[in-house]
Design a protein around this ligand. Sequence first.
Ligand SMILES: Nc1nc2c(ncn2[C@@H]2O[C@H](COP(=O)(O)OP(=O)(O)OP(=O)(O)O)[C@@H](O)[C@H]2O)c(=O)[nH]1
Ligand SMILES: Nc1nc2c(ncn2[C@@H]2O[C@H](COP(=O)(O)OP(=O)(O)OP(=O)(O)O)[C@@H](O)[C@H]2O)c(=O)[nH]1
Ligand SMILES: [Mg+2]
Ligand SMILES: [Mg+2]
Ligand SMILES: [Zn+2]
Ligand SMILES: [Zn+2]
Lengths: 209, 209
Amino acid sequence: KDILKENSIIAKENKDLLKKYQIKSYNVMGAIGSGKTSLIEIAIDALVKKGKKVGVIAGDVVAEYDSNRFRKHNCLVIPLNTGKECHLDAHLISHELEDLEEHGILQDLDYLFMENVGNLICPSDFTLGEDKRIVIVSVSEGDDIVLKHPIIFRFSDICIINKIDIAEAVDASPEKMERDCLSLNPKIKTIKTSVKKNIRIDEWLKLFD
Amino acid sequence: KDILKENSIIAKENKDLLKKYQIKSYNVMGAIGSGKTSLIEIAIDALVKKGKKVGVIAGDVVAEYDSNRFRKHNCLVIPLNTGKECHLDAHLISHELEDLEEHGILQDLDYLFMENVGNLICPSDFTLGEDKRIVIVSVSEGDDIVLKHPIIFRFSDICIINKIDIAEAVDASPEKMERDCLSLNPKIKTIKTSVKKNIRIDEWLKLFD
Ligand SMILES: Nc1nc2c(ncn2[C@@H]2O[C@H](COP(=O)(O)OP(=O)(O)OP(=O)(O)O)[C@@H](O)[C@H]2O)c(=O)[nH]1
Ligand SMILES: Nc1nc2c(ncn2[C@@H]2O[C@H](COP(=O)(O)OP(=O)(O)OP(=O)(O)O)[C@@H](O)[C@H]2O)c(=O)[nH]1
Ligand SMILES: [Mg+2]
Ligand SMILES: [Mg+2]
Ligand SMILES: [Zn+2]
Ligand SMILES: [Zn+2]
């Protein structure tokens, strides 16, 4: 489709721009409420502690809920109201990147996180120019969620299976979810985490070394 | 937009067709894994027990996961592969209804459930011809989920806040979610349920009396 072709052209431009300034970038996708913001917040804190400069583009449907959470951290926050858009696209991102470059801010960044709209369908079609694609699901969505949405897992580099502390309470098997990820995409890296109980958060952080 | 105008025209035709045969219909929307299929299954069983004829249109991204769950019940199952569609639309539904009418099956139904794609953004724009719009969210999505997606709650008749049995485990307040629904839409009917612990399932079933 023309829209997708157009998007990949702009995504390539975004990627080149980020590479020019040696910025590591992450497209963080996932189901609604799976823990995207929580995990990004944790990554930001750890990177800032190591003296890194971090930016985050926060896709909020309305208002600035996630942007406001990111603002509590020592990072650059770029709010993006997505409204009726059910996915971020390269065009939206390119505007923000060009703005930041003009203001001389982009050049300073070491890391850029982009929190996508909560959706396991559309974001797979629209790359943004990221280095790594992360998809975050949680056990509470049901452990058939991976096989129910094969495309996004096939086209992601990393899958986080979050909220494993409540796996029993929702009758879900994180191991099944992990197996399903690998069956769809043998090259995907999986981590079973709990933000609440601090399980494998160190492995999450290792992704950004 | 033309697409939306076109959709409402077809939705009206669907509505008229369902009214012609006195079929009560429900557009069941909600977040991924919030409990849509589980709650519809429970409704089907109760209605079948009362001698009603029930049909369900199951929107599955791929394969027939939800359709296969519905097949275990004594109802008519219409599988619908939505693929990259992030919402059901009136056009898809009209095809199914016309098919059923031609085969003399539609006429027999008393109830029709339509399980929409897991998505809190796009389905609000696309009515299907339903009598009632139900949106199902669960506490595990975070209790800011309602205010984060105002449109779908403004345009729904009923909101189910599910999985209240794990509210504490995910630090969410079902009461806040309920208040937020009513603040956006004073006329919305809310029920705080747990499928797992059988909380207020009787109230869920009362909706279909
Ligand atoms: N029990 C438990 N709850 C968690 C965990 N991680 C996140 N949560 C809760 O899940 C809810 C959603 O977390 P967020 O970080 O806002 O998730 P999100 O994916 O950014 O949500 P959206 O941007 O709205 O799609 C919050 O109430 C968190 O407290 C976990 O590991 N265990
Ligand atoms: N703890 C708990 N788990 C629940 C409850 N209701 C549903 N679940 C679990 O939540 C998961 C998803 O339930 P489904 O009925 O498949 O949800 P859905 O909205 O149809 O999911 P999709 O169609 O994939 O978007 C399953 O693993 C259920 O066992 C509840 O009230 N409490
Ligand atoms: Mg978020
Ligand atoms: Mg379902
Ligand atoms: Zn979409
Ligand atoms: Zn959409």
